[in-house]
Design a protein around this ligand. Structure first.
Ligand code: DQA
Length: 158
């Protein structure tokens, strides 16, 4: 089982960036915590951060036939990128959108996500803990998919 975590622009400077909004935790520390939880659950987890829209799309495309699920914080591209939305739509694996801040209580331009309608769910406003919530939710979704597939295989054999 493999999960890929994709982080959009300016998330590489978490811990320095607008601490009142995003907190003081660094991206490496968030990823280290996720890696621990994934390990405990026998899940392979990979992390990717880019400040470039095209690189995020390339990484999403690489998930085709390779990853079982994705956690993505598209950062500012959440509000602008039809291309990232289309890349997610092209994958038929569960994708969870995460935002550290509550985008619905911020500026009006942040209150619309072009990405949410093509995701299994969205987590917004729980700080860095949102990544942990997303991982737990995604593991649950993947376990359900696995159970359904197992039942199908058994029914086909019978
Ligand atoms: C963000 C919210 C976006 O509006 C913003 O552009 C970000 C971070 C968040 O995690 O709260 O860069 O995605």
């Amino acid at each position: 089982m493999k999960i890929v975590v994709i982080q959009g622009p300016n998330l590489n400077i978490l811990g320095h960036r607008e601490q009142g909004i995003y907190g003081s935790m660094k991206l490496e520390d968030i990823h280290a915590q996720m890696e621990n939880v994934a390990k405990q659950n026998n899940i392979t987890i990979e992390f990717f951060q880019s400040n470039f829209e095209g690189e995020i799309i390339d990484r999403l495309q690489e998930c085709l036939g390779d990853a079982n699920g994705i956690i993505i914080n598209p950062a500012a591209y959440t509000h602008t990128s039809i291309a990232i939305r289309d890349a997610i739509s092209a994958l038929n694996i569960p994708v969870i959108e995460v935002h550290i801040s509550n985008i619905y209580r911020r500026e009006e331009f942040r209150q619309k996500s072009l990405i949410a309608p093509v995701c299994s769910g969205q987590i917004s406003g729980f700080g860095p803990f949102g990544y942990h919530l997303a991982l737990v939710a995604l593991m649950q979704i993947l376990a359900e998919i696995e159970a359904i597939n197992k039942r199908k295989t058994e029914a086909a054999k019978a």
